[in-house]
Design a binder for this molecule. Structure first.
Ligand code: DC
Length: 212
């Protein structure tokens, strides 16, 4: 038996930090599903395969597995390389490919087998675990997300400006929300949490109180 808390939402809404803290507080395992799409984008880039040339056969050759919260691809632990801006863009591009989503569906479902888990992504409450016990849609205005990204400095290139970060966030929202398969959207039974103007602790407290 597993219990799933699904946390979905757009890029830069603070999902990862919040989901990790909620998992800690509840003593649940934590899985970041965006890292799976990023790992495939990273593997394609480092193998010299253009995103448009990714095939189901290429995917079958990759061995993706979670060992606890750590993601391994072909035996190598992937971490900081996945946070690079080009991996984020690549992940968003390849996540629109139906066979990429088909390939990652069982990887995500298997990761939740027999454990209590907080799983974070774009389609956890709508597609991966439509029967999840608790569902949250965590969002914030694009401007707020760009401000946070600018302040944190992570996942942006050295010459990034507020305007370029905002444009990147809007482009990623556009791609993630308008793809034909499993687009980013709030599940009907998900609780909407707009984090604009809220601190991380306030968001974590809100979600944990819904879960308890
Ligand atoms: O959460 P993230 O920024 O690491 O996700 C990177 C990209 O992966 C995101 O722009 C879209 C895709 N993704 C997805 O399509 N479905 C998920 N469950 C998680 C991520």
């Amino acid at each position: 038996m597993s219990t799933v808390v699904a946390i979905d939402g757009p890029a830069g809404a603070g999902k990862s930090t919040v989901a990790r803290m909620v998992a800690d507080r509840l003593n649940y395992a934590y899985i970041n599903t965006g890292s799976l799409y990023r790992a495939l984008a990273y593997t394609a880039m480092t193998s010299g395969v253009a995103f448009k040339d990714i095939t189901p056969e290429f995917l079958e050759k990759q061995k993706l597995e979670f060992r606890g919260v750590d993601l391994y691809c072909n035996g190598k632990k992937l971490e900081s390389e996945l946070r690079k801006p080009e991996c984020a863009v690549g992940a968003s591009i390849i996540s629109a490919l139906p066979f990429v989503r088909d390939y990652l569906l069982p990887v995500q479902r298997n990761a939740a087998l027999d454990q209590w888990i907080v799983m974070e992504g774009r389609d956890i409450g709508t597609v991966i675990f439509p029967d999840a016990e608790k569902k949250f849609f965590v969002t914030a205005s694009p401007e707020e997300r760009a401000r946070r990204r600018m302040a944190q400095g992570g996942e942006i290139s050295g010459d990034a400006t507020f305007e370029s970060i905002l444009a990147d966030i809007k482009a990623r929202d556009e791609r993630d929300m308008n793809r034909a398969i499993a687009p980013l959207r709030q599940a009907e039974d998900a609780v909407l949490i707009d984090t604009t103007g809220l601190s991380i602790d306030e968001v974590v407290a809100k979600i944990t109180s819904y879960c308890r």
